[in-house]
Design a protein around this ligand. Structure first.
Ligand code: C2E
Ligand code: MG
Ligand code: MG
Ligand code: MG
Length: 279
């Protein structure tokens, strides 16, 4: 009877799964090629000093310029890179690329700029992570303080002791650490003081709440106070509107980042931004 009624639901379901699996395989093999043939690049989004609007540093955000699909955002391939382990190669490439770039910009502007590079949990679980960071420092000759690693707090909850050790090993190199999307992933504040972090980055959902009359905006206030109390730097992410920037200034939030100030840009454009501001 199923045949008489056309293809069964199970068959259709199978087709959908097969299609998904195929598309994953394609993306995976494409990503391997991308890593071997320079299809990845980093976009740089300025991180602004609220006090005077100057550029303090940049966040490096990976982009994939796919020969057929155009520019692909990390949301479409980072998870796959993590599952396949390709994230280790991708991560090392990104770190070195960002280090070389910031070294160049520091030399040419004479300014104490930093670059913030995103690191995934899989990388932190890799026993060679600290050695990989040390190698990048050695190969590029960049000042360690010019590099920041961004880690999402939810990652740290999985295997706390091991992660804390890794963070200490990295911090000992002089590289700085930032907790990304802060406020979204944790339930226990007591761990904060055991992590050797320098910066808290307020998640954009709390920034957005600022002008929506949403009480989550109070979380932004509390994170800023927490950062001050623990002597940490604080960056707000995802600032899109003037009113959000004003709210953050009111909180004495020192740094901010978002479309309101500047979008992530290819290196040449970020460089123009930097040089215009220096002039
Ligand atoms: P994230 O680290 O929280 O980065 C911020 C994201 O917000 C970026 O998205 C950025 O383009 C976007 N953004 C910046 N300003 C605004 C704004 O004003 N409004 C809104 N709505 N969005 C804004 P993107 O580049 O698509 O990256 C997404 C995520 O992918 C990042 O979130 C990060 O977790 C991950 N990622 C990016 N690059 C890398 C990388 O090199 N390695 C790893 N492991 N993860 C990366
Ligand atoms: Mg980030
Ligand atoms: Mg973030
Ligand atoms: Mg985020």
């Amino acid at each position: 009877r199923a045949k008489a009624a056309g293809r069964s639901r199970i068959e259709v379901f199978d087709d959908a799964l097969r299609e998904r699996a195929l598309s994953r395989l394609r993306t995976e093999s494409d990503l391997r090629v991308a890593l071997d043939s320079d299809q990845l690049f980093l976009a740089y989004q300025p991180i602004i000093r609220m006090q005077d609007g100057s550029i303090a540093g940049f966040e490096a955000l990976v982009r994939w310029s796919h020969p057929e699909r155009g520019t692909i955002l990390p949301g479409e391939f980072i998870a796959l890179a993590e599952e396949t382990g390709l994230i280790l190669r991708l991560g090392r490439w990104a770190l070195k690329e960002a280090a070389l770039q910031i070294k160049d910009w520091r030399q040419r502007t004479g300014r104490d700029l930093f670059v913030s590079v995103n690191v995934s949990g899989r990388q932190l679980m890799d026993d060679d992570m600290a050695a990989a960071v040390a190698q990048v420092l050695e190969e590029t000759g960049v000042e360690p303080r010019a590099l920041k690693l961004e880690i999402t707090e939810s990652l740290l909850l999985d295997d706390t002791a091991r992660c804390v050790q890794m963070l200490h090993d990295i911090r000992k190199l002089g590289v700085r650490l930032c907790l990304d999307d802060f406020g979204t992933g944790f339930s226990n504040l007591s761990y904060l003081h055991s992590y050797p972090v320098d910066t808290l980055k307020i998640d954009r959902s709390f920034v957005r709440a600022a002008t929506d009359g949403d009480r989550r905006a109070e979380i932004a206030r509390i994170i800023t106070m927490l950062a001050a109390a623990l002597d940490l730097e604080v960056v707000a992410e995802g600032v899109e509107r003037d009113a959000e920037a004003a709210f953050l200034r009111g909180l004495h939030c020192e740094y901010a980042q978002g479309y309101f100030f500047a979008r992530p840009m290819p290196p040449e454009e970020a460089e123009r931004h930097l040089l215009v501001q220096a002039a």
